[in-house]
Design a protein around this ligand. Structure first.
Ligand code: NBG
Length: 673
């Protein structure tokens, strides 16, 4: 049973929180301060379940999945936590009584935008589902000081503004300094013979290091008392070491370590499906992976004495190639710290790691220059060399004399470390994210690997959480569905099939149209309030929101708008007006993508101000498209644009959100469309 919500106690707690945090009475508090006070009260309602869930896991000792990801695009937490607790309406009422509008309070929360697009949002949706389904799971990531940049539109162009999302503090996070870990960079490896153990020891010397300090964020399951954890790592200077350095007069070294810590977690790289090969990015990757792997091993050893069975209790799910260094880091710990032999360590590692591929775009496949990789991670590089050596031997055994195969498949080749190849060699599972995408991996992009180890390959079609993308963002539709088929669909999406029985029911269909109209009016108001553009709620809302990329073909959609504009100018008036809505951020260095945004903004200016055309056609470029804006936009959509160049969109997840909210999809046969 869920704990019953006690309105009186909740109101008292909010008032107390305002006092304790701000030395104010509730009447004096700003909306932001009330948001903080309410969030702390909600966290308080979560905390017992969080403790109990973790204690239960400790007792039952289930296998735990560590979802390792550079990105978690969480959006706002307050509303979602209230829904999953099962107390949304009650808390809304309590706030009413206090004289506050919940919507306004929710609007005080900045998005946790620790991700670029689909890959980061998928990670966030998976965390919600894992908790709702009661799986023991951790999200492992980075606590970026600055998330995805904010997009401003100025004079027809995108301008990037830093996203200082932590400036008012994050009420849902918990700093856990007692679980801090040291992470080492650079220096060299000294080999010493250990005569007692009769083996070589590999010791990293002359390195710089940082202290990785975890912050835990609760992930609340839907009305099931389960609370899992998203653990994001912050970097701090190693203070003892610093003192030591000062004592030895190594002043510059101490300052360098301070700077290293500051820089590492400073900012999320804002490029989607593109890899730039920057040293700091590799530092970020090793930083959070080393800390997460150390923490996972430490947790295992608290209950288990036999490290050989580690894989029975842990899986590292690698979200794209970004966390792949986990393969080598786990090997390092097993070899150098646990004292295992290579074959033992390799068996454990390859039974622990699993790799998800999210793209076939060549420019997204990470390849690190060996020079950089070996300088930054000298011991890790030695291990990768040995993995490569043995992997190449295996290829030669299977394809004797075929050096072409070796060249195509090796992990180290042409002065580079190919992270995808390391991920495949080091994992028991390699999955694509939609059936079509997995087929393309098997038959084309990764064919050599599939031919050699077909058993590793499998498909896991992406999904989305219904708690955020229906219940939270579309209350009218949720109410309607609940009245028709009950509320079982909130946990079990398959129950939505019961709606098929109403396909021919005119009353139900009319009600559906009313719901859509209510959502379109809400979006109309939102766009008017935020961007001053007035759109017609009786027009068709034709929407393409997603990252700006050539392969997603926003430019093709823009060409259609130009065609439509000229057609109307020629006197061909459409029977129903159309509003074409775009929302997209372009990576700051992606010139063509920025040009396409400029084109859309020019069309917006030209068409909306043309009295011949604007009654029938309007264009809106939503500024700063993000998770929260998606929650307004998606329920109001009539036509969902999913028009990627066929084969290039691995899955898509926006496509699913629109469909769930009753839009018609206009799409290519691509990804999960
Ligand atoms: C993206 C794909 C999408 C897919 C998401 C989540 C990357 C590298 N890939 O099609 O483009 O839905 O991943 O799997 O961001």
């Amino acid at each position: 049973m869920l704990k019953k919500f006690d309105k009186k106690a909740f109101i008292a707690e909010v008032k107390d929180n305002v006092k304790a945090l701000y030395r104010k009475t509730i009447d004096e508090a700003t909306q932001q301060q009330v948001f903080q006070a309410v969030s702390y009260a909600v966290k308080d309602a979560i905390i017992d379940n969080w403790l109990e869930t973790q204690a239960q896991y400790e007792k039952d000792d289930p296998k735990t999945v560590y979802y390792m990801s550079m990105e978690f695009l969480m959006g706002r937490a307050l509303g979602n936590n209230m829904i999953n607790l099962g107390d949304y309406d009650e808390i809304k009422e309590a706030l009413d009584e206090l004289g506050f509008d919940l919507n306004v309070i929710e609007d005080q929360e900045p998005d946790a935008a620790l991700g670029n697009g689909g890959l980061g949002r998928l990670a966030a949706c998976f965390l919600d589902s894992l908790a709702t389904l009661g799986y023991s799971a951790y999200g492992c990531g980075i606590r970026y000081r600055y998330g995805m940049f904010k997009q401003k539109i100025e004079d027809g162009y995108q301008v990037e503004i830093p996203d200082n999302w932590l400036k008012d503090g994050n009420p849902f996070e918990l700093r856990r300094p007692e679980y801090a870990k040291e992470v080492k960079f650079g220096g060299y490896v000294q080999v010493e013979y250990d005569s007692a153990a009769r083996r070589n020891r590999f010791i990293q010397k002359g390195y710089q290091s940082v202290r990785a300090v975890p912050y835990d964020i609760p992930i609340v399951g839907y009305k099931n008392k389960i609370v899992n954890t998203l653990r994001v790592w912050d970097a701090e200077p190693i203070s003892d070491f610093q003192l030591d350095s000062f004592n030895k007069g190594e002043y510059m070294k101490a300052v360098e370590q301070e700077n290293l810590a500051k820089n590492i977690v400073e900012v999320l790289y804002p490029a989607d499906e593109h890899y730039a090969g920057k040293e700091l990015r590799l530092k970020q990757q090793y930083f959070f992976i080393s800390a997460s792997v150390q923490a996972a091993i430490e947790k295992y050893k608290k209950k288990h004495s036999d490290i050989h069975k580690f894989y029975e209790k842990a899986t590292f799910q690698l979200n794209d190639t970004h966390p792949t260094v986990a393969v080598a880091e786990l090997m390092r710990i097993l070899l150098d710290e646990e004292g295992l032999e290579w074959d033992e360590a390799w068996e454990i590692t390859t039974k622990t790691c699993a790799y998800t591929n999210h793209t076939i775009m060549a420019e997204a496949l990470e390849k690190w220059p060996i020079e950089l990789f070996s300088r930054l991670l000298p011991r890790i590089y030695q291990i990768v060399e040995e993995i490569n050596h043995r992997f190449v031997e295996q290829i030669r055994m299977m394809y004797p004399g075929n050096e072409h195969k070796v060249a195509k498949m090796a992990i180290l080749y042409d002065g580079q470390v190919r992270m995808a190849h390391l991920a495949i060699a080091g994992s028991f599972s390699v999955n694509g994210v939609a059936r079509l995408h997995t087929e393309i991996l098997e038959k084309q992009e990764l064919k050599d690997f599939y031919d050699m180890m077909p058993d590793k390959f499998n498909n896991k079609t992406n999904g989305i959480t219904f708690r955020r993308w229906l219940i939270h963002c579309n209350e009218p539709l949720t109410d309607m569905i609940t009245q028709l088929i009950g509320d079982g669909f909130r946990q079990d999406a398959m129950q939505l099939e019961k709606l098929a029985g109403y396909a021919g029911d005119e009353k139900v269909l009319n009600r559906l149209l009313e719901v859509k109209m209510a959502n379109k009016r809400r979006l109309k108001k939102y766009i008017l309030d935020t961007q001053g553009i007035d759109i017609d709620e009786n027009s068709i809302f034709d929407i393409q929101v997603k990252r700006l990329h050539e392969y997603k073909r926003q430019q093709m959609n823009a060409l259609y708008v130009i065609f439509k504009y000229l057609d109307i100018k020629r006197g061909n008036i459409p029977s129903t007006p159309v509003t074409v809505i775009f929302g997209a951020k372009a990576a700051p260095a992606y010139t063509i993508a920025k040009d396409i945004i400029h084109l859309i903004l020019c069309l917006q200016q030209l068409i909306n101000n043309d009295p011949d055309v604007s009654p029938y056609l309007k264009v809106v470029m939503i500024e700063n498209y993000n998770v929260t804006k998606a929650e307004y936009i998606i329920p109001a959509c009539d036509v969902s644009e999913q028009i990627s160049l066929a084969s290039k969109e691995a899955s898509g997840t926006g496509n699913m959100k629109f469909m769930l909210n009753g839009a018609v999809t206009l799409g290519t046969m691509d990804g999960a469309n």
